[in-house]
Design a protein around this ligand. Structure first.
Ligand SMILES: [Zn+2]
Ligand SMILES: [Zn+2]
Length: 272
């Protein structure tokens, strides 16, 4: 079975482990049977522009990724990527980031609503159910906006907020949002952008994937075909973790292939 992990972070992410060099991630990928790896360090454009996060050291990260790519040629399909956060909030600046280097794989993620802290910072245990649904609805609105940005290959963790709602032990019924989720899926399909299945919540023991099986099935029903899978590892030991579990979910939802990037182009590989 071909194992693809297209969402990983190195020490060049503000929250990456100090030992997470691109080289260390590649070594771990080979040890665990990952054949396609993408390194996708954080660049949340709002955090960069507003001076909230440590700036992404794009040149240094690129150099280290490129050196790893050369070293592991013939043994590992390594995509030199980036997780570009909140691109719609500063589209010109976000486009300039993508022009700095010929990124082979770009994850578009929404980590926070405009002028609101990261979803991980909010106190869901203190919120009413209606409040959580209202935030989720706003998240979908901004996701739709973000998908107009050019240059994205996949949409990262569509249901990011669900990770924290689950941690706060709050139930969440996606059925209230089917219409808008369907609109997101239709826009992905129209724009040839994949949907990411992020399995970090599986290896963290939350018992859910982002998105859930229910929403993977909805994507399939809508005619969705392009799916990428990522561990969202922030340290070498988590590279490739739970990718097989993700594949099992995808098969249950009716998918038999996932998308990878080869030579700058989409390619599909079997997960059966
Ligand atoms: Zn993310
Ligand atoms: Zn990430």
């Amino acid at each position: 079975m071909i194992i693809c992990d297209l969402h990983t972070h190195t020490k060049f992410s503000f929250d990456g482990a100090p030992d997470a060099t691109p080289d260390a991630l590649c070594r771990r990928a080979l040890e665990t049977g990952v054949s396609h790896l993408a390194i996708t360090d954080h660049c949340d454009i709002n955090g960069e522009v507003e001076g909230i996060y440590t700036p992404y050291a794009a040149d240094e990260a690129w150099e280290a990724m490129a050196a790893a790519k050369e070293k592991y040629t013939g043994r590992l399909h390594l995509s030199l990527g980036i997780e570009l956060g909140n691109a719609h909030q500063y589209p010109a600046e976000a486009a300039a980031v993508l022009k700095k280097h010929p990124y082979e794989f770009v994850i578009g993620s929404l980590h926070n609503l405009t002028s609101v802290p990261d979803f991980c910072m909010l106190r869901y245990d203190m919120m009413t159910e209606a409040h959580v649904h209202s935030l989720f609805n706003r998240m979908l609105d901004e996701t739709l906006e973000m998908l107009s940005f050019d240059g994205l290959h996949t949409l990262g963790h569509l249901t990011y907020i669900h990770r924290y709602v689950t941690l706060a032990k709050k139930p969440f019924d996606f059925k209230h949002h089917y219409d808008k989720i369907t609109a997101v899926y239709q826009k992905l399909i129209r724009r040839d952008i994949a949907l990411e299945l992020n399995v970090s919540t599986l290896w963290k023991g939350l018992g859910i994937a982002m998105p859930t099986l229910e929403l993977l099935k909805l994507y399939k029903d809508q005619g969705g075909r392009l799916i990428t899978v990522g561990s969202d590892a922030h340290s070498p030991e988590n590279v490739g973790k739970c990718i097989r579990k993700g594949y099992a979910l995808l098969q249950t939802a009716g998918f038999s292939e996932v998308m990878v990037m080869e030579g700058g182009q989409h390619a599909m590989v079997s997960i059966i």
